[in-house]
Design a protein. Sequence first.
Length: 123
Amino acid sequence: MPLCYVLDENLSWAALRNAIQQHNAAGVNPVDFVCVGDPPDLPRGAHDPVVLLWAERAGRVLVSLDKNTLPGHLAAHLLVGHHSPGVFLVRRSSTIPQVLSHLVLVAHAGDPLVYADRVDYIP
């Protein structure tokens, strides 16, 4: 089963969202994603702990640029007994094609257990 993602609103997600939609239109290895603000129970402006809880319930890996506070929020989330499908932190030097390629590859060839309850940097 492919990994699913939730894109944090701190990403330049309009460009990434468009790139994923164009990729998905080709019909090969589509990427299942939502953006913070898309689901009614995950409004824009939601704080990291709320996004982590939502991602846990939805079974989605959180993709974000927030390397400053998100690792600490994930640690606190795990400390109280919660789990996470994982957090992917995008390096600021990454290009949209690099991020898209990584998300596609990991979604379809990655092992979800490898990413659970941890932070990984991409690409």
